[in-house]
Structure formats: C-alpha cells, structure tokens
Design a protein around this ligand. Structure first.
Ligand code: BV8
Length: 243
C-alpha cells in the first residue's frame, strides 16, 4: 500500500457496490435491480418514451430511497483520503450523491444525478426544476418551456455521457499515479475503460470488491471484501505509513 500512500494524485473510481452497505441495491448482483427489471425498459430513452409513467415512478422511488439512506463507512473513508493524499478525484458511476454527502469535494458523476432533472426534448441545456408537489407525487412533470416530459438527469443506455464530465474523467485517468477501484462490475462502457487508461500509463491500481471482476486482471492488488469494511482499514494503513 506504500504506492497508494505515496500517490500525489489518487483517482477513486466507484460503482454501485460502494453504496451497497448504505442499503442501495446494486444492478448485477444476484439481488440486484437488473435481476428483477429489464434495463432496456427502465434505463433507456426508448423505454421512457414507451412507458413514461413506469420509468418515472421507478426513478421517483429510487430518489426517495436515496434520500432516506446515508453514506456508509466506505464513503467516509474515501472522503478521509483527501486529508492524507494531496489530490483525490472521485469518479463515480453512481447517481445517489452519497460521496458528496460524506464530504468528498471533487466528485465527477459520469452517469448523472438522480436529484437533477432535465427536459426530455432537450429544449434547453440547463436542469429543469420540478415543483415540490410533483416531486412528492408520481405524476409526470412537464417542461415549463416547451411542455415536453421531464426526465431524470441520468445517462441511460445508448446515451452519451456528459462530454465535459467524460473529458475530465479521462483526463485524470491518464494522469493520476494511483487508482482505487471500488464496487464496480467493470462491464459498463465507456466508464469501465477508465481503469484501463490508468493502467496503460503506469498508475498503481487497487481494486476493492467481494468478487473477481474483469478489472481484477489489470489491478496490481485486489482486496477481496466489502467496501465498508476494507476501506476504513485501508485508510488506517495509509495514515500509519504517512505518520
Ligand atoms: C454509450 C443509469 C454510446 C443511471 C446506467 C456491448 C459491449 C460493450 C458496450 C456496449 C455493448 N452494447 C452497448 C454498449 C454500451 C453500453 C454498455 O456498456 N452496455 C454494457 C452493459 C454491455 N453503454 C452505454 O450505453 C453508455 N453509453 O455507450 O453511448 C453512444 C455514442 C455516441 C452516441 C450515442 C451513444 C451509457 C452507460 C450508462 C448506462 N446507465 N445507469 C442509473 O439509473 O443508475 S448503467 C448502471 O451500470 C449504473 O450507472 C451503474 O453504476 C453502472 C455500472 O454498474 P456497477 O456500478 O458496476 O454496478 P453492478 O451492479 O454492475 O456491480 C456492483 C459491483 O459491486 C459488483 O462487482 C459487486 O461484486 C460489488 N459489490 C457488491 N457489494 C459490495 C460490492 N463491492 C464493494 N462492497 C460491497 N459491499
């Protein structure tokens, strides 16, 4: 872990597994969301166009659930790293906002945020506010400017990632000297390529996951276990090395 402790710029790349111990289900685990729901219906623009009420109510349910949960020790450990390593950038595939709530100050949300909304017709670039009464109901909301449906400001399948966010994420992946990969199955592109960019330029890669993933082959070290248990111990080892 000496190479992690000596890093000048650490990127922490996270997926749904980092929020699992906050009570948010993952996608591809046995009890994950895609085990019960078809991502083509619930996480594509075509699905929203075909079944707006179904998709909107699912995201409303997820947003309320994410509002009821709290960051877990993994999120806090990642935020603590900012006190030990000169520069830490969190690059997350998650939309739950838990890294920010735990105190991480530099977070790139590759797949958007569940608490932001936008016009489905894309009539303007800025987020679309949803009036509080509609936030509490499952009634569909409409864009105040053009009347089109309002959708969650998340990246669905076959949608581009936000260009500016992707540029920044790829930029830190190719320049960091270490990457900590936490709680991702490493199958969703282009996000899953970021660890490959980091490995290609010689960064030191540490993976934290209870299971092996396609990224295990390129990790220098894999710590098998749950993020909420492994990360606090990792932070203590880094703190000891630096004291
Ligand atoms: C795009 C929406 C192009 C937000 C999500 C064939 C091959 C390769 C790629 C493709 C292909 N066909 C199509 C594609 C592209 C597609 C893709 O990658 N598909 C994959 C699935 C095959 N990608 C896209 O469509 C992307 N866009 O490519 O656009 C384009 C170009 C030009 C013009 C137009 C378009 C968009 C991808 C984003 C999709 N949106 N979600 C939401 O509702 O949340 S994806 C979804 O997967 C989430 O964002 C999630 O974050 C992401 C990745 O999943 P993980 O976070 O890794 O979660 P998962 O459940 O998979 O794994 C959890 C892990 O945690 C496991 O490893 C588990 O062991 C571990 N774990 C469990 N408990 C713990 C733990 N770890 C630690 N501690 C624990 N306690």
């Amino acid at each position: 872990m000496g190479l992690l402790a000596a890093a000048r710029h650490l990127v922490v790349f996270t997926g749904a597994g980092v929020s699992r111990e906050s009570g948010i289900p993952t996608f591809r685990d046995a009890e994950g969301m895609w085990a019960k729901l078809d991502p083509l219906v619930y996480a594509t623009p075509q699905g929203f166009r075909r079944e707006p009420e179904l998709v909107w109510s699912w995201y409303q349910w997820r947003r309320r659930k994410m509002g009821e949960v709290a960051p877990n020790p993994a999120h806090y450990a990642i935020a603590e790293l900012e006190r030990l390593i000169p520069r830490v950038t969190v690059v997350t595939q998650n939309i739950d906002g838990l890294h920010q709530r735990a105190g991480s100050s530099d977070v790139l949300e590759l797949h958007g945020s569940i608490v932001r909304f936008k016009c489905f017709a894309g009539c303007r670039g800025d987020p679309t506010p949803v009036p509080p009464p509609l936030l509490e109901s499952d009634e569909l909301a409409h864009c105040p400017h053009c009347g089109a449906l309002v959708r969650p400001d998340v990246v669905w399948f076959n949608e581009r990632l936000p260009a500016a966010v992707w540029e920044m994420a790829a930029g830190v992946a190719v320049t960091c000297d270490a990457m900590l990969i936490v709680g991702t199955s490493g199958v969703v592109e282009p996000a899953a390529s970021l660890p490959k960019y980091a490995a290609h330029q010689g960064a030191f890669l540490v993976e934290v996951n209870p299971e092996e993933t396609p990224l295990t082959a390129i990790a220098d070290v894999t710590l098998y276990g749950r993020a909420g248990e492994v990360l606090p111990r990792l932070v203590e080892r880094i703190r000891a090395l630096k004291s």
